[in-house]
Design a protein around this ligand. Structure first.
Ligand code: PFF
Length: 494
C-alpha cells in the first residue's frame, strides 16, 4: 500500500459545500439506506435493528464502558502506581486520547452500519475500506478477552453468593486470601460460576438489540448508579478514612509516575472506554441513522464522564474501606476479592454493603460482557447465521476457551506459554497490551487520514470549528504517535 492511499482524497471538483448542505445530503442518504435495510429484514429483526433513541444508546454504551475495568482494575492499578499522579495522568489520557478516539469509533459504526468488519467499507473512501481487516482482529480480541472476562465475572458471582451467605463475617486477612486461593485451585467451582455468568450474557445478546441489550441495560445501569452513589457516600462518611482516601486519589506525587505507570494508564483508558476492539463501533451502528439524530458529541461526553466518575467513585469507596480497616493500597488484583471482604466483615452494616457491592460488580461486568459478545455476534449475524444461533454457539465456544484460562490460574499457573508468561498472562498481554492499542491506532489513522473531513464534520456538527479542528489534530497526529510509543515500550519491556 502506498502512503498516498491513506491521505484524505482530493476534494471533488464541484464547488465546496457548506456544512449544513453536507448534513442534509448525508441525512437523506442515511434515510434511504435505513429504509433499504428495513425492507431487507424480516419482522422480528427489524424490531431489533437498533436502539430506540439517545438515552438507550447512552445507557448501553455506558454499560459497555463501565465494567470490571472501573471497579476491579482501576482501583488496584491506582493503588499499585501510587495514587494521585497516576489518576491525573489517566484523566489526561481519557480527555486527550479517549474522547477523540471514541468520536472516531462511534462515527465508523454510525456511518458504516455494518458490523466490526464491513463498516469500514461504507465510509465513503477506498482508503478507509482498506482498513477493514482490522475488524477481524477486533473479533478475535473480543473472543479472547471475553473468555477471560467471563472467568472474572464468575468470581464476582461467586463472591456475591458468599456475601449472601454472610461468608465475610469476622474474616481474617489469612482466611480471605485462603478463600481466594482455594477458588483459584477449584476448577469445578470456577467453571460453574463462569458458566452462570456467560449464560446470562448469551441470553441477553440472543434476545437482540432493542428487546435484549436495550431492555436490560436500561434497567441495570440506573440501578447500578444509584447503588454505587449510595455505597460511596456510606463508605466515605462511615469508614473514618474518607479524607485519607480522597487525598490518596487526588494528591499527586509525580515521583511515582514511572514510564510503566504511564503505559498502564493509557492502556487502561482504552480498555475502560471499550475502545480499540469495536465495542463502541458496534453500538454506534445501532444509533438512529442520520448524523443529526442522537448526536455523537453529546453521547461521547456523557459516556466519558460517567465512566470516569464510576472509576473515581469505586477508587474512593475501596480505599476508604481498606484504609479504614488498616489495609494497604497496593493490594494488587486481589484488592477487590481479598482486601475488601475483610473490611466488609468488620464494618457496621457490612453484610448489606458486601451484598450490594458484589451485586454491583456483577451488574457492571454483565453489561460489559454483553458488549464484547455483541461485537462478534454482529458480524456472525451479517454472515446470515441468525442472532440467536450465533449468540448461543459463540457463547458456548468462548466459555469453553475460558476453561483454559481457569486451568492456567490454578494447575497450569507455572506452565510457560510465551516469553516467560503463563497462559493467563499471555492472553492478557496480547488481548489488552497489543490488540487494543493496535485497534485504536487503525481507527485513528482511518478516521484521521482516510475519511473525508467534511463528512466527519457532519457527524460532529455540534462541535465549534476550533474544537473540531483540535479533535482532528489529536486523532491524526497525537493519538497515533502516543500509541506507537506505548506499544514499543510494552513490547520492549514484556
Ligand atoms: N470497558 C469494559 C471495562 O471497563 O470493564 C471492558 C470492555 C467491555 C472493553 C466491552 C471492550 C468492550 F467491547
Amino acid at each position: 500500500m502506498t502512503r498516498g492511499d491513506w491521505r484524505t482524497p482530493k476534494a471533488p471538483s464541484r464547488p465546496a459545500l457548506s456544512q449544513a448542505a453536507w448534513s442534509k445530503i448525508l441525512d437523506k442518504r442515511e434515510a434511504r439506506l435505513a429504509m433499504a435495510q428495513t425492507e431487507n429484514q424480516t419482522g422480528s429483526q427489524s424490531q431489533n435493528a437498533g436502539f430506540s433513541g439517545s438515552m438507550a444508546f447512552i445507557l448501553a454504551a455506558s454499560g459497555s464502558a463501565v465494567g470490571l475495568g472501573n471497579i476491579w482494575k482501576f482501583p488496584y492499578v491506582t493503588g499499585e502506581n501510587g495514587g494521585g499522579a497516576f489518576v491525573l495522568f489517566y484523566l489526561m489520557c481519557i480527555l486527550a486520547l479517549g474522547a477523540p478516539l471514541m468520536f472516531a469509533e462511534i462515527f465508523i459504526g454510525k456511518r458504516g452500519k455494518a458490523g466490526p468488519v464491513d463498516s469500514f467499507k461504507n465510509l465513503g473512501t477506498k482508503a478507509a475500506a482498506r482498513a477493514h481487516p482490522v475488524g477481524y482482529i477486533f473479533i478475535l480480541t473480543a473472543f479472547v478477552a471475553l473468555s477471560v472476562y467471563g472467568v472474572i465475572g464468575g468470581w464476582a458471582v461467586y463472591y456475591t453468593s458468599l456475601a449472601l451467605d454472610n461468608g465475610f463475617d469476622g474474616m481474617t486477612p489469612e482466611a480471605a486470601s485462603g478463600t481466594f486461593g482455594t477458588l483459584m485451585d477449584d476448577f469445578a467451582t470456577m467453571v460453574l460460576f463462569q458458566i452462570l455468568f456467560m449464560a446470562a450474557i448469551t441470553y441477553v445478546v440472543a434476545k437482540g438489540v432493542s428487546t435484549g441489550i436495550e431492555r436490560y441495560t436500561t434497567i441495570l445501569m440506573p440501578l447500578f448508579f444509584m447503588m454505587l452513589l449510595g455505597l460511596t457516600a456510606y463508605a466515605l462518611t462511615t469508614s473514618g478514612a474518607g479524607m485519607r482516601s480522597v487525598s490518596f486519589m487526588f494528591n499527586p506525587d509525580f515521583t511515582k509516575l514511572t514510564p510503566s505507570a504511564m503505559a498502564e494508564a493509557l492502556g487502561h483508558a482504552f480498555f475502560s472506554l471499550s475502545l480499540g476492539v469495536g465495542g463502541m463501533l458496534v453500538y454506534g451502528q445501532y444509533m438512529p441513522s442520520s448524523p443529526s439524530a442522537t448526536p455523537i458529541t453529546r453521547s461521547v461526553a456523557t459516556i466519558v464522564v460517567v465512566d470516569t466518575l464510576v472509576a473515581l467513585c469505586a477508587g474512593l469507596l475501596i480505599f476508604s474501606v481498606i484504609f479504614g480497616h488498616g489495609g494497604e493500597a497496593a493490594g494488587g488484583p486481589g484488592l477487590l476479592f481479598m482486601s475488601l471482604p475483610v473490611a466488609f466483615g468488620e464494618m457496621t452494616g457490612g453484610y448489606y454493603v458486601a451484598v450490594l457491592w458484589f451485586a454491583l460488580v456483577v451488574v457492571a461486568a454483565l453489561t460489559s460482557g454483553i458488549s464484547y459478545l455483541e461485537i462478534i455476534v454482529a458480524h456472525a449475524d451479517r454472515l446470515g447465521m441468525g442472532r440467536a444461533k450465533a449468540a448461543v454457539s459463540l457463547g458456548v465456544a468462548i466459555t469453553s476457551v475460558g476453561f483454559a484460562t481457569v486451568w492456567s490460574l490454578g494447575p497450569g499457573k507455572d506452565v510457560i506459554i510465551f516469553a516467560g508468561k503463563n497462559l493467563f498472562d499471555t492472553l492478557d498481554f496480547f488481548a489488552f497490551g497489543v490488540s487494543l492499542p493496535l485497534g485504536g491506532l487503525v481507527i485513528a489513522i482511518t478516521v484521521g487520514w482516510a475519511v473525508r473531513r467534511e463528512e466527519y464534520r457532519a457527524y460532529l456538527s455540534e462541535l465549534g470549528e476550533g474544537t473540531f479542528n483540535k479533535v482532528v489534530f489529536l486523532t491524526k497526529y497525537v493519538t497515533p504517535v502516543l500509541i506507537i510509543m506505548i506499544m514499543a515500550y510494552l513490547i520492549k519491556t514484556s
